[in-house]
Design a protein around this ligand. Sequence first.
Ligand SMILES: Nc1ncnc2c1ncn2[C@@H]1O[C@H](COP(=O)(O)OP(=O)(O)O)[C@@H](O)[C@H]1O
Ligand SMILES: [Mg+2]
Length: 455
Amino acid sequence: MEKTVLPSKEAFATLLKQAIHRIKRLTKKLAPEIRQELGNAINRNATTIEHWGRSDNPTLPKQTELEGLAEAIYAYLLDQAWLDKFLLHGGHADPDPFSEYLADKHEEKPPAPRADKIVGRAEYIQAIRENLENPRGDLIITIDGLGGIGKTAIASKIHDLFLLDALFDKVIWISADRSDIPTFLKDLDPFDFDTILNSIGQQLGEQEIKKLDLTQKANLIRNLLKKQRCLIILDNLETADIPQYEIIELLRPFLNPSRALLTSRRRFTGDLYQIHLSGLEATQAIELMNHLGKEKSIPIILQGERHNLKQIHQVTGGSPLAIKLVVGLLKHVPLQTALKHLEKATPLDRVASEDEYLKFYRYIFIQAWRLLNDEDEKLLMGLAQFNPAEGIPFGLIANMPGLTPEQLTTGIQFLWRLSLLEVQEQTNLKDILYYLHPLTRYFVLSDMVKREDLL
Ligand SMILES: Nc1ncnc2c1ncn2[C@@H]1O[C@H](COP(=O)(O)OP(=O)(O)O)[C@@H](O)[C@H]1O
Ligand SMILES: [Mg+2]
């Protein structure tokens, strides 16, 4: 922190407003509600918080209030730079120790809620963590399971955990999801080992790597990965254009001291640390439903009739994506209607083929699709044109033809409530990113959901 910078009430007001704005985006709560909560944390009212957020406001919080406020906000944002400035401009007498204290207290948390709240899965995350921390641990860790079961959620949790950790010099994230690319382009620009080398190189600052030939690339990356200990996360390998066992064999010589974490819908085999992911258990699934019920204000979930929640668990086989989609429907469709169609499909925990599995999701997507108006549909189709793995910045969809700004924002709200769209704030940048799950995208791009005869 710059010691020479003087405290400024104006800067303090801006930081406070900024924080409320970001919490609003993260939690989907309204600003007055957030101010109320922050007020509660320090025994003041929402109006006081609002006053502090005005640049012409003559007062600042007392030191204990400042600390309480900083702590309440930091729990959401986990942003050290923001915290330091907030304490300084709030006029804290000795900001550094308090800032360190808060950082220590939150050490276990990722820098920002990249993946939403993760329910359960703690034992897997812990096992992966211990394996990566162990110098004699496995070079390659794999997670496989059905689409929507939570592979990416675990991988991104690991990504965030180690981003903060000194154990790796760098965490590299590469997604093979290219379901958007037309086949003829895929042939021209396939996702293969060359793509992986390019991506590793670029993320390690070698912007010119694409110009090298394959041998030069391999040498460069081998050297980089010997010098720096990297964690390479390869997500969605099922959509790569070479078999995943080939990727593993090609990647192995580059590892040690670097390590790799791979996810795929296809089962991994061989000398790997393997995690085969299945659905959440009933108690965890119910915890997720309660969380979603609150977040998206779904009355039937909030009533919490246990047999209803248990039934959702049973039908969805505990798949987080399926749970999210079904819960999203329940704002508009009675539970028994939502489940009636689904029960015609093979339960997710018993599907034996890709076909059965797609059929299951199709029953949910058809129902969601019917709730959309023309503008929502247009927005969803527009979103599906982008690569979901990288997230879609608001700027890209802000000028979507045929949608007024109001239609855009209500559309985003509506799609988010239905869990057809995920909204996420990025770790460093202030921008919001939108994500479609690859399955959502698959259904939007195929015309299956529009064929009513399938119900
Ligand atoms: N354990 C969990 N708790 C809460 N939400 C989860 C959990 N696992 C996954 N999700 C959510 O469910 C959806 C699908 O998960 P994702 O990790 O994308 O599945 P996969 O990568 O296996 O296809 C995402 O919206 C994700 O945030
Ligand atoms: Mg995934």
